[in-house]
Design a binder for this molecule. Structure first.
Ligand code: JCF
Length: 671
């Protein structure tokens, strides 16, 4: 029993703390069941750190209280470089020195808990509460696999209180909400709420099913061991004791070092597997921390440097609709202006009609809006307690607000569309043109959205082909268009004529044809006429020969290319543009032909586009999402949910070196 306990705990640590699974799940389960059977027969011999205690226990009527022997502190917040400068200046003055070393670490967006270990064994856990007393969540915390039930090593302290943050990974949050949705239960608004809701369950079996995680960032009481001399050494020590400590930490010097750390983490934030709401700076030397002491309940030696909040509350003034380039009608919440994610927002997408019903968002509601990084702002949920009696439901209009054509929604589709098409509907016309000139399509540099708006509104152009009939006079007649800018636009248009078949197909903006499908079509057919013939032949049946083109995509392509107005546009455009035409090859060649790759995270030397180009040159395909069809996932630093999904599905995972090796071996392999 002792051997099974130690062995299973070793595997749990490898999996949940080191992210490096050691044995297959089935083998783990077998050993686990064997230990369970032995414990049932010999309950007196069950160890305090047995992994069988992690599945949760019978529900309790309420949480008891715990008193923290050393209070749990809060941190002073700062938001700007000035706040960082002031913090560093006060620290330097307080210590009477010129320069200070700090430890920078992440500020996890979860909930603070304190874990008590006696002689190395986990005995109690409490929430922060008011800092002095919190709730006893020992049984719930026990279910968190990342938290060791026994500290590693022989030299463990007689008493250690570990402080840290319980949180839920983004991928686990998405899975949980999917399960809640499937079960018709309430979804959580964000990973933090999900973590809090999961931890504070009186039935710890529920907590056990939620896959919570934990990171340590400090200690409270310590007896029977020496305090390390610096905060960074303390974190190293906690990691050596088997506690999870994030690797995203650094010792830096002075206010400039702190700002560099903040900027660096800000860039990496979206790629992290979990949410953070800022970073934490601490004077690194513990002796210096003691000298500086506390002001009321916050340490003078530490500061939380917060990112602008990504979520805020505001009111839905109205729900309007927006018309996309394919005619898709998207409901948009018109909001009372609110500052979120560093900008003021007045509109947020509601995606589609079903989404409005599912989230039950109504006009007059107070809602949580979210703007994470560069992601478009969205409405997360309404706040039930704030719903007034006179809320109104969103009604999908019968006609397009831009062109007046009927809005239709096929029964089997989530999306309603304007039936006007790009020839009638100026919103679709503009959207289509913006897509046509975009960087990854035909790439006309400097031809921005506002210019396209003007060109269409003033009736200067009707189609993408008209762009190539623009001249100095037509452009200079527009608002805010000087001779020099007009010349730049004309030069960019000239340059854009030299393109590729794949870019051209993508630029047409055919529904369901993204960049990778466009590349597959170009590679398969080699030249435009071969594609046009296939599209015109028996409803596009030959299109199904192209890797990854299914019936839905084939139908979109056939419908688009056989429409007389689209056909006329294609005919006109090909007189302006040129690309290398090849022979129609029936099957993509190259050693990686038919293999789908997914790229995630930051690779050490190759950019995403470079890696994709190398894979495609070898006949492989690059896709944005992991599925059973994925052959390889190429993972770099800060790989997130895609890596987790690949592990789950048992898909081969490569690093950049493996990829290079594969490309090299495939290039020398005889065809
Ligand atoms: O990650 C956090 N939310 C976090 C909170 C990190 C820290 O190092 C903290 C903290 C709260 C108090 N340190 C203290 C002293």
């Amino acid at each position: 029993m002792a051997w099974l306990t130690a062995e299973l705990n070793r595997h749990i640590y490898a999996y949940h703390v080191m992210d490096a699974p050691t044995i297959p799940d089935a083998e783990y389960d077998r050993m686990f069941r064997e230990l369970q059977d032995l414990e049932a027969a010999h309950p007196e011999a069950a160890s305090l750190d047995s992994p069988t205690s992690r599945v949760g226990a019978t529900p309790i009527p309420e949480f008891k209280q715990v008193t923290h022997t050393v209070p749990m502190l809060s941190l002073n917040n700062g938001f700007s470089p000035e706040d960082v400068d002031n913090f560093d200046r006060r620290v330097r003055e307080g210590l009477g020195v010129e320069q200070v070393d700090y430890n920078g670490e992440l500020k996890f967006d979860g909930l603070a808990v304190s874990l008590r270990y006696e002689d190395g064994v986990f005995v109690q856990a409490g929430t922060r509460g008011d800092g002095a007393t919190g709730e006893d969540v020992t049984v719930n915390i026990r279910t968190i696999r990342a938290i060791p039930l026994r500290l590693h090593g022989d030299a463990v302290p007689s008493v250690l209180e570990v402080r840290g943050e319980v949180l839920m990974y983004k991928a686990d949050f998405a899975k949980l909400n999917q399960r809640q949705r499937d079960a018709g239960q309430k979804e959580y608004a964000n990973p933090r709420n999900a973590a809090a809701g999961s931890l504070r369950q009186l039935d710890s079996r529920i907590t056990s099913s939620r896959n919570l995680s934990f990171f340590s960032y400090g200690i409270g009481a310590l007896e029977g061991a020496a305090m390390p001399e610096s905060h960074s050494a303390l974190l190293d020590w906690l990691a050596a004791l088997g506690l999870p400590v994030s690797k995203e930490r650094a010792v830096v010097t002075g206010a400039a070092g702190l700002m560099d750390y903040f900027t660096d983490i800000g860039k990496r934030r979206a790629g992290l597997a979990y949410e953070i709401d800022g970073v934490v700076y601490k004077v690194d030397r513990i002796e210096d921390q003691r000298k500086l002491g506390f002001i009321s309940r916050a340490p003078r030696f530490a500061m939380a440097h917060k990112f602008p909040a990504e979520e805020a509350l505001t009111e839905v003034l109205d729900i309007g609709v927006q018309v996309g380039r394919t005619g898709a009608i998207t409901p948009v919440a018109r909001l009372a202006p609110v500052f979120v994610g560093g900008v003021t927002i007045e509109n947020a997408t509601l995606h589609n009609e079903s989404e409005v019903r599912r989230k039950d968002i109504r006009i007059g509601d107070t809602v949580i809006v979210r703007r994470a990084g560069d992601v478009i702002p969205e409405v997360v949920a309404y706040v039930p307690e704030r719903r007034p009696a006179n809320v109104r439901e969103f009604v999908m209009p019968a006609n397009c607000p831009v062109c007046g054509s009927a809005i239709v929604r096929p029964e089997d589709e989530a999306v309603a569309r304007c039936s006007g098409g790009w020839t009638h509907c100026s919103a679709q016309k503009k959207g289509g043109l913006m897509h046509f000139v975009s960087r990854r399509a035909i790439d006309v540099e400097g031809l921005g959205d506002q210019l396209i708006e003007q060109l269409v509104d003033k009736g200067v152009i009707q189609t993408a082909a008209d762009l190539y009939a623009l001249d100095q006079d037509k452009l200079c007649a527009l608002d805010r268009m000087a001779t020099k800018s007009a010349q730049n636009v004309l030069a960019a248009l000239e340059k854009s004529k030299d393109t590729t078949l794949a870019r051209f197909i993508y630029a047409l903006g055919i529904r369901n044809v993204g960049e990778s499908t466009a590349k597959a079509l170009a590679q398969h057919f080699g030249n435009l006429d071969a594609l046009l013939h296939a599209a015109a032949f028996e409803g596009g049946i030959q299109l199904l020969e192209v890797a990854d083109v299914g019936p839905v995509v084939a139908r979109s392509i056939a419908e688009f290319l056989t429409d007389p107005e689209n056909a006329a546009l294609v005919a006109q455009l090909r007189t302006h543009l040129h690309w290398k035409e090849g022979a129609h090859v029936m099957k993509p060649t190259g050693a990686l032909a038919g293999k789908t790759f997914v790229l995630t995270g930051t690779l050490p030397t190759l950019s995403r586009d470079e890696a994709a180009a190398l894979i495609e040159a070898a006949g492989g395909k690059v896709s944005g999402s992991v599925s059973k069809k994925t052959a390889y996932v190429v993972a770099g630093d800060d790989a997130g949910s895609k890596l987790a999904k690949a592990q789950e599905l048992g898909i081969a995972i490569l690093d950049e070196g493996d990829l290079q090796a594969l490309l090299k071996s495939s290039s020398t392999e005889p065809e």
